[in-house]
Design a protein around this ligand. Structure first.
Ligand SMILES: C[S@@+](CC[C@H](N)C(=O)[O-])C[C@H]1O[C@@H](n2cnc3c(N)ncnc32)[C@H](O)[C@@H]1O
Length: 271
């Protein structure tokens, strides 16, 4: 995903969830008297980092947002300038020695709606562990499962769209087909050395304001649409919507609703 402007205009669900989780979990984290060094992984357009995370932190901190997309980092840096905030490029899955990039490490690591993009959960969790100072805490929030991923899988079987979606499994959360996603996450986190403070994947619902909003929300995060020739993109998106509607995502009153599992992992690097 690279269109930061579109994402900012269509990320109400992601913002709702970030707010929900931060309100519940920030008070459960331990906060030092001294300023803390905070990292936000997969910061995207930066609006969640700047407008939700920063104001809710117990005191003004040094905050760094990182993202694999240079377009997103560029947009965030330009749009959200602040003395205590900076944005950098980092691939949390592929990076091998992230402490070479951030030698001091961080006391808190957050990540919202990013880690369902990551196939290599083992390396990702090891990297987050490395990036934390001993005693540091991580709050990782992402999609455990979502009908959106079922829609991708179904679309990839259709002859018309098959050629654009051959790598569909790369874009489906690795927890989508797990019977107990939270337990699977606990195993990966413990293997990386973390102490799991809590890990759950509650079922949530989000009702979209109208069908156009759903279309933009799908477009903003859909990795396939830009591969489809321009003259077929509208038809592709329309079929995505039809496919989603067939997955019991339409309420009796006609409104579209997303029902999904949100992974919320609160982890600590031991002292
Ligand atoms: C849906 S956006 C979430 C943005 C923001 N955190 C929010 O909650 O609105 C997901 C972001 O994760 C980034 N991302 C995906 N894979 C990544 C990786 N391996 N390392 C760092 N960022 C990644 C994408 O580029 C994208 O900007």
């Amino acid at each position: 995903m690279e269109d930061a402007q579109l994402y900012v205009s269509a990320n109400a669900m992601q913002r709702r969830d970030a707010l929900l989780v931060l309100s519940e979990y920030l008070p459960q984290m331990s906060w030092q008297e001294e300023g803390e060094a905070v990292l936000d992984i997969g910061c995207g357009s930066g609006d969640v980092t700047r407008n939700l995370l920063m104001p809710l932190l117990p005191r003004v901190e040094q905050v760094t947002g990182v993202d694999v997309s240079s377009e997103m980092v560029g947009y965030a840096s330009k749009t959200f300038q602040h003395n205590s905030l900076s944005f950098r490029h980092l691939d949390i899955e592929k990076s091998i020695q992230p402490r070479q990039i951030f030698p001091d490490g961080f006391t808190k690591v957050f990540s919202f709606y990013c880690l369902h993009w990551v196939r290599g959960q083992d390396q990702c969790l090891r990297n987050i562990y490395q990036l934390l100072q001993p005693g540091g805490e991580a709050l990782l929030v992402f999609l455990a499962n979502n009908p959106l991923f079922t829609m991708y899988e179904n679309m990839s079987l259709k002859p018309e769209w098959q050629e654009y979606m051959q790598d569909v499994s790369n874009y489906v959360s690795v927890y989508q087909h797990k019977s107990d996603p939270a337990q699977s996450m606990v195993e990966v986190a413990e293997e990386a050395g973390f102490e799991v403070v809590s890990c759950e994947a509650p079922k949530l619902e989000f009702v979209f304001q109208n069908i156009n909003y759903v279309k933009n929300a799908i477009k903003a995060v859909n990795p396939f649409v830009k591969r489809v020739p321009q003259d077929k993109q509208e038809a592709f998106l329309k079929e995505c919507l039809t496919e989603l509607a067939s997955l019991k995502t339409r309420r009796p009153d006609g409104q579209m609703v997303a029902r999904y599992g949100l992974m919320i992992a609160h982890l600590q690097r031991p002292e």
